[in-house]
Design a protein around this ligand. Structure first.
Ligand SMILES: *[C@@H]1O[C@H](CO)[C@@H](O)[C@H](O)[C@H]1NC(C)=O
Ligand SMILES: *[C@@H]1O[C@H](CO)[C@@H](O)[C@H](O)[C@H]1NC(C)=O
Ligand SMILES: *[C@@H]1O[C@H](CO)[C@@H](O)[C@H](O)[C@H]1NC(C)=O
Ligand SMILES: *[C@@H]1O[C@H](CO)[C@@H](O)[C@H](O)[C@H]1NC(C)=O
Ligand SMILES: *[C@@H]1O[C@H](CO)[C@@H](O)[C@H](O)[C@H]1NC(C)=O
Ligand SMILES: *[C@@H]1O[C@H](CO)[C@@H](O)[C@H](O)[C@H]1NC(C)=O
Ligand SMILES: *[C@@H]1O[C@H](CO)[C@@H](O)[C@H](O)[C@H]1NC(C)=O
Ligand SMILES: *[C@@H]1O[C@H](CO)[C@@H](O)[C@H](O)[C@H]1NC(C)=O
Ligand SMILES: *[C@@H]1O[C@H](CO)[C@@H](O)[C@H](O)[C@H]1NC(C)=O
Ligand SMILES: *[C@@H]1O[C@H](CO)[C@@H](O)[C@H](O)[C@H]1NC(C)=O
Ligand SMILES: *[C@@H]1O[C@H](CO)[C@@H](O)[C@H](O)[C@H]1NC(C)=O
Ligand SMILES: *[C@@H]1O[C@H](CO)[C@@H](O)[C@H](O)[C@H]1NC(C)=O
Length: 375
């Protein structure tokens, strides 16, 4: 009996083997630079759900698997990749991963995970083995927030890009233990309003906060005397005055700094200090030529550099009477007037009545006197 079942199983396995295509070398399926000892293999848009049928040459340094249906749920797929020990660049973008796979590749420098259905950025402990991993791209995922435990295995990170990731907050200690080599952070097109996490990163060269929700320049940027580029374009910054970080930099050696602020809704009357700063020699704003006012109405659309602070009319400033204020004022005045009119009428009527009585009494008295006199 047992014998027959074994036979049956073997038959089944054989059938599966026939139905399944033979394992094929990666360069038969993908685009390689050299067929014998490929360094580059591009397997984009191959509709792959698994890697089990592919044999990877152990010479590959750049492997792109973008736009497939890989999930790495099978341990075999993960082993296949982790066996390519020569791998330096791995592109897994546009796959429904949902989790970051437990990669353990000693030569990996560059990992791209754009649009991979991630809901958090938890890098497994295995990444502690990726001691050359410098650049990570996590854009186009729904991350919402970053917390301190997620990135802590990326000890040697230099560049991280998390654009279009719906981020609303980043914990202050997110980069605490991985900040040593961190040079560049890109967080474009998120919903950030503050940047406490910057305090733990000393060696930054570039920070990109374009298309976020900052209402003012965060004070945390003061600490960077040698950071080179700060991008705050397309935010909600309306006031830059003598309390801003730009003012703190004036007396420090910041000649190599650059800051970009285009497309912010500046209130030019509230930012007169800034307008003076822009024409001064300490100006670090590299796109100052493009900055325009949004408020007050008189200056809306005007370029900040075209304004002369001395001749600006900011007389209504800082009190800008709004329509709501005016209508409240009208109601108040109307009330006061009607109260006064009421009082005048009441007092007038009382006086009139009293006076009429007085006249009548006097006349009556006179009449009586008259009557008396007549009598
Ligand atoms: C991709 O694979 C699915 C099944 O996994 C199949 O239905 C579909 O036709 C394939 N698409 C292409 C373009 O090969
Ligand atoms: C790479 O694969 C090819 C088959 O396509 C094989 O001939 C070659 O020996 C392999 N190279 C290495 C280094 O494994
Ligand atoms: C990975 O490599 C090991 C040792 O070379 C081998 O035993 C194993 O079968 C490989 N795994 C895969 C999925 O290729
Ligand atoms: C890793 O890279 C170094 C230097 O590029 C190289 O000497 C080494 O052979 C690589 N390791 C593997 C497993 O390919
Ligand atoms: C994101 O990845 C999915 C596959 O996971 C793909 O169907 C979709 O086209 C990708 N989106 C973009 C904008 O590339
Ligand atoms: C990260 O997301 C995955 C998939 O949604 C989930 O299974 C895992 O528990 C999450 N990890 C943490 C630390 O929240
Ligand atoms: C790290 O690498 C070592 C040696 O290759 C391996 O034994 C270990 O399992 C790896 N650690 C993880 C967490 O993958
Ligand atoms: C950073 O490392 C220290 C010491 O290794 C540890 O106590 C601390 O919890 C770590 N902090 C974070 C946010 O990972
Ligand atoms: C990493 O960031 C630095 C500083 O912005 C930049 O010069 C470099 O080109 C970046 N490297 C990569 C691989 O993106
Ligand atoms: C500077 O502007 C901020 C709002 O961005 C405001 O809170 C602060 O009072 C202003 N400081 C001065 C000195 O006007
Ligand atoms: C200012 O910084 C630049 C570059 O960082 C440096 O070359 C220069 O010597 C510094 N000047 C002073 C006065 O510290
Ligand atoms: C100013 O805006 C123009 C048009 O949008 C653009 O081409 C130019 O690069 C901007 N200048 C700076 C310094 O950003």
């Amino acid at each position: 009996m047992k014998f027959t079942i074994n036979h049956l199983l073997i038959g089944l396995l054989f059938l599966i083997g026939v139905i399944h295509s033979e394992p094929r070398n990666v360069c038969d399926i993908c685009v390689c630079d050299h067929l014998d000892n490929p360094l580059v293999a591009r397997c984009d848009e191959k509709n792959l759900t698994t890697l089990t049928e592919i044999i990877f040459n152990s010479t590959i340094e750049i492997l792109s698997l973008s736009h497939n249906k890989l999930t790495f749920k099978s341990i075999d797929d993960l082993d296949k990749i982790n066996n390519i020990t020569s791998l330096k660049t791995l592109i897994l973008s546009d796959n429904p991963l949902s989790l970051i796979p437990a990669l353990s590749l000693p030569n990996l420098t560059d990992l791209q995970l754009m649009n991979t259905s991630l809901l958090n950025a938890t890098f497994p402990k295995s990444f502690l083995n990726c001691t050359k991993l410098q650049t990570v791209v996590l854009s186009n995922n729904q991350l919402v927030k970053l917390t301190s435990n997620e990135l802590k295995s990326l000890v040697f990170l230099t560049n991280i890009t998390i654009d279009d990731a719906e981020l609303t907050s980043i914990d202050h200690d997110t980069f605490v233990n991985i900040s040593q080599n961190l040079h560049s952070i890109s967080l474009e097109s998120n919903s950030l309003q503050s940047a406490e996490f910057l305090l733990s990163i000393m060696n930054l060269v570039s920070v990109n906060f374009d298309k976020n929700h900052f209402k003012q320049l965060p004070m945390e940027i003061i600490q960077f005397n040698h950071a080179k580029q700060f991008y705050f374009r397309d935010n909600q910054i309306s006031v830059i005055n003598e309390s801003s970080p730009l003012a703190s930099w004036i007396n420090t050696n910041t000649s190599d700094m650059e800051i970009y602020l285009n497309n912010n809704p500046f209130d030019c009357c509230e930012s007169r200090w800034f307008i003076r700063y822009l024409i001064g020699s300490q100006n670090l704003v590299k796109d100052s030529i493009n900055l325009t006012c949004a408020l007050p109405k008189t200056y809306a659309g005007k370029r900040l550099l075209d304004l002369r602070v001395e001749s600006m009319d900011c007389s209504t400033d800082p009190f800008h009477p709004s329509k709501a204020h005016i209508s409240k004022l009208v109601v108040l005045v109307a009330c006061l007037i009607s109260i006064v009119v009421f009082i005048v009428i009441v007092v007038g009527a009382t006086l009139y009545r009293r006076n009429r009585g007085h006249f009548r009494n006097r006349r009556g008295y006179e009449q009586i006197r008259g009557v008396n006199a007549d009598a």
